[in-house]
Design a protein around this ligand. Structure first.
Ligand SMILES: *Cc1c(COP(=O)(O)O)cnc(C)c1O
Length: 356
């Protein structure tokens, strides 16, 4: 038998979650964010399941080229634009839409000799202070863009710093965007998953859902399920060992957990080299069969330990769910001091993936 750890990807859940985004932003087109190998779910299979989206957003030229190679004619946005003028001929040939967030990208574009026009997104920094131009420079940048020989359509965009938790900061960023872009008559894109679900005033022409498509909630206070989303990735394994541990004995590396009583401890085939967070301390939720229990002690590279006290019928081979169906990845992430995004994107290449 092979090692029992497997990631199951529910492609019907992807399509369902796209429907939730549509229903939340019925007047906007949807740019499905499939960067980072579709948040760890696999770019090809995810794009196939989300082909009803109006466009895709990726980071790297290679990902965009892969999607074109697989036959998608959707708009494809490069979220960090390009890094070197050498990339421009391929961007033009593949009809990709780079994000322009610095003036030197505009200079590169203006100097390039291209056979096709390039549609671009011009990104404004409205307060997150990550990528984007100062809104005060918008008119100057637009004039330069329009004077460049190969520029096609222009979409204006920005990104929210705290759409998941701070309504006032969304309002400030939205006001900054609207003040800068008023009367320009250009299409706009602002909303990530949190803004799609919580701030309908930000929807505009294109929304950019990421995490919600994968069934996880962008908010700490609601699970994906409470938002009508279905988990897409379920990480499953089995018990490959059982130990009877006496009160006072340690479990695992560093004996980080000391048994409070005589107890049965299950050993699960899943560790940090699979993408399970090493920072998940004793008490991280985990399912054995359908029973919720907790991890114990340190996560090892290839294994972790679970408390079998609530699951007296557990045996070697019992099914274990690390996250996904029946156990929201957000809950595991919270126990490990991180967010679902990090756990999903960190799924290790050695974990076999099966589509359901
Ligand atoms: C990753 C990303 C998104 C998607 O964000 P979620 O929180 O996953 O919905 C949207 N816009 C930009 C610019 C991004 O980089």
């Amino acid at each position: 038998m092979t090692r029992p750890l497997i990631a199951r990807i529910d492609t019907a859940a992807l399509a369902h979650n796209l429907g939730v985004a549509r229903a939340a932003a019925p007047n906007s087109r949807i740019l499905a964010v499939v960067k980072a190998d579709a948040y760890g779910h696999g770019l090809s299979r995810t794009a196939r399941a989300l082909r009803a989206a109006d466009g895709f957003a990726v980071l790297r030229l290679e990902e965009a080229a892969q999607l074109r190679g697989e036959g998608y004619s959707h708009p494809i946005v490069l979220l960090e634009g390009f890094f070197h003028p050498d990339e421009l001929p391929e961007i033009a040939r593949l009809r990709l839409r780079p994000v322009i967030h610095r003036s030197d990208q505009l200079d590169m574009l203006a100097r390039a000799r291209l056979a096709q026009r390039v549609d671009v997104l011009l990104k404004l920094n409205t307060g997150m202070n990550r990528l984007g131009i100062n809104p005060k420079r918008l008119l100057e940048m637009l004039a330069a863009l329009r004077a460049a020989p190969h520029i096609g359509g222009i979409t204006l965009m920005t990104h929210f710093a705290s759409a998941d938790e701070d309504d006032a900061s969304v309002e400030r960023q939205l006001a900054s965007f609207q003040t800068a872009t008023r009367d320009l008559g250009l299409p706009a894109s602002l909303a990530n998953s949190a803004a799609i679900l919580r701030h309908p005033q930000t929807h505009a022409d294109w929304v950019r859902p990421g995490i919600m498509l994968y069934g996880a909630s962008p908010f700490i206070e609601h699970s994906g399920e409470a938002l009508g989303l279905l988990p897409v990735m379920t990480l499953e394994s089995r018990l490959i060992g059982i130990q009877f541990v006496r009160k006072g004995e340690g479990v695992g590396y560093g004996a980080r957990y000391i048994a409070e009583r005589d107890m049965k401890v299950g050993i699960v085939a899943a560790g940090y080299a699979d993408g399970y967070p090493r920072h998940a301390d004793t008490g991280t939720p985990i399912l054995v069969g359908n029973q919720i229990t907790r991890t114990l002690g340190r996560v090892s590279m290839d294994m972790l330990n679970v408390d079998l006290t609530p699951v007296p019928t557990a045996h070697i081979g019992s099914a274990v769910t690390l996250w996904g169906s029946g156990l929201p990845v957000e809950h595991v992430a919270a126990a490990a001091g991180t967010i679902s995004y990090e756990l999903l994107t960190a799924l290790a290449p050695r974990v076999p993936v099966e589509e359901t």
